[in-house]
Design a protein around this ligand. Sequence first.
Ligand code: CO
Length: 470
Amino acid sequence: MARKVQITETVLRDANQSLMATRLPYADYEDILETMDKAGYYSVECWGGATFDSCLRYLGEDPWERLRNIKKHMPNTRLQMLLRGQNLLGYKHYHDDVVEKFVELSIKNGIDIIRIFDALNDFRNLQTAFEAVKKYSKKYGRHVIASGCISYTQSPVHTVEKYVEMCKKLVEMGFETLCLKDMAGTMSPYEAEGLIKGIKAALPNVPVVLHTHCTTGMAYMTITKAIEAGVDVIDCATSPFSNGTSQPSTDTMFYALQQYGIDCGLKEDVIKEVNDYFKPIKQKYIDNGTLNPKSMATDAQALVYKVPGGMLSNMIANLTDMKSMDKFDAALAEIPAVRKDLGYPPLVTPLSQMVGNQAVTNVLLGERYKQISNEVKNYFKGEYGIAPAPVSQELQDKILGEGKEPVDCRIEDSKRTGEDFAMAKEELGDLARSEEDIMSYICFPKQAKEFLEKRKAKEENIAVYSIEEA
Ligand code: CO
């Protein structure tokens, strides 16, 4: 059988999020959805991540309605979302009943693939969401794919063997596909090759997806090696919304795969139409300043400093604020040490900020851990999950008290009381018309309430609306 590598189109979610802070309104792309539906993508990533928050906060859109609309215009394409496990689309731990309901509503409103990850790769945080996918896939009579996703990072403990172990665990849990999520774009071509080969050797029948970003300029080389090593699906974005901090170009990869003699299932004329459609849209957002040209450039700093770009700019901003940029090199050198003490967490939000800020504090005060941030304390208490490697015993004793162990917050947080729903219902009163409204409120109370109030006012044609908008 001829080799196949399929493509997930990310323009509606990650490309939109990475290049223009998720400010693309639904109305801008409605007209191209029926065309996209004919392209032959493996899936279209269109929801989750920051889209939900952005809909409510900035765009005055109901995220659920957006999803239903996309589904209506793309009935033949798998719609995909990104879910942060027990944190859903935010950073706090939600109760199990909330997680389950969120997954149910996502499936009910049209999602076909849920890519689930945890910042620390603590897979206990994927369990509830995973079980909900299975349960509601059955209930709604659709095959919804639960994709087990690994936050990729580099450290002395993150070996190929460790990643293969993680993949095996995800497959044991029941995940159908695996995804390597290289959010900082720091995975090198040979790392990709080693990883994919290792995973494919251990789990030959499980489809493997590679998600990376062009931020450091390495993505095309990395994807090329991944393809040679046997990857099954790659995440790409239509050319106008590709590169920079976004994904590699769908169109470029289409031609590259042709050269390899690999079928990606895409129709050339259709992806060209998609490309042509998004060109003027991109220009519109460059012209009005939403799309910052900086995000379209290549920035290799992350490779030099072994620190993701966002974390680096955060540190520079902090040090500049404190008029201490002369300590920049020392702070950079302190990062690996702090990371080691914390058991090598992946450098993603919120852990990247936590590690970066603590490194800066250590250097500024001239003494390590003279001051410890609340976030780091909570991390040691176990609030974020289990660290990838053992943490510093000395630091743990200092924070928790000698001989004390972190608590299993996963268990404490997982109560199913229904109280979140009851409270939301009461607080929203007649603003809530559906379970979806209530869920929006549980996830983003302030933004959802404002949105629902505006919706009500609009319907009642009250002048307040236009005054507020002015
Ligand atoms: Co991404």
